[in-house]
Design a protein around this ligand. Sequence first.
Ligand code: PEP
Ligand code: MN
Length: 339
Amino acid sequence: MIISMKKGATPEEIDHVRKLIEEMGYRVHESRGEERMIFGAIGDERTKHRLASLEAQPGVEKVIPILAPYKLASRETKNESTVIDLGGGVKVGNRKLLVIAGPCAVESLDQIMEVAAAIKESGAHMLRGGAFKPRTSPYAFQGLMNDGLYLLSKAKEAYQLPVITEVMDAASIEIVSEHADCLQVGARNIQNFPLLKEVGKTRKPVLLKRGMSTTIEEFLMSAEYVLSSGNSQVILCERGIRTFETATRNTLDLSAVPVLKEKTHLPVIVDPSHGTGHARYVEPMAYAAVAAGADGIMIEVHARPEEALCDGPQSLHPSEFKAVMEGIRRIAQAVGREV
Ligand code: PEP
Ligand code: MN
């Protein structure tokens, strides 16, 4: 339920209503808009008729049921788009697009430094690089793990770029958080509910990648796990879903962008690299993502894609990335955004 306070409600009236909601056994989620205070009451739906009685309290404007099962993620609860601060002045969710770039995996100090220098030069805002890699085959390169985190933070320091890297299990959240500015939960872990609850206990921004077979509602319920564990900084990433089509690695569901933007206040970005699996399709799909209203994009870049230990075929060479950045600037301008 949403309890919307009147425009001129006094601080005493607001405090009193907050206390009453808590006394009824609900957890209070506050959203202070420019004009009024809005409470979300999170808890047992069976006793929600008691919340309806709050309409009689001084200062209360309306008590409105929330229809979506993802209560905290829903625009019904918070109409204003969420802006997330990723450090170093980099934000996502506002008019300025977020561009994240970097290799699939951190491979060596030289590799990550070279790519960090190149993407910074082209105007990317954040560096990506996996240290813990969720590979389909146990025989494939699994990432440099803690050493990879260390190398990533060296590149962060050298090029003043906030960094994002994947966290695969609860046990490594602490170490990953020491190095990363944003925790990535990969497609394969999107319904790992214990992991979602644990990243929800941190105060780091979390990027959730849509699973290859998660519906939009399931995706938003995963976000709800993080939000309801206390972390309000969640970014959603469309990265393609599995369909009957095999010409591309996944089917990039770009309609997810306007659908998500309608249903949730959380920022939505697109990963055309995993979404297509082929470097030559990354550029058109990155442009399409921006045109569709994405708040940012994430692109894999490698100085020598043919030598990459992971996802080489979908990785852009720095010169190709530079061209994509220029194109993104033009598309962004056309749709009233900036890079
Ligand atoms: C990645 O970003 O490197 C990755 C493994 O992506 P996904 O979880 O979307 O497959
Ligand atoms: Mn990858």
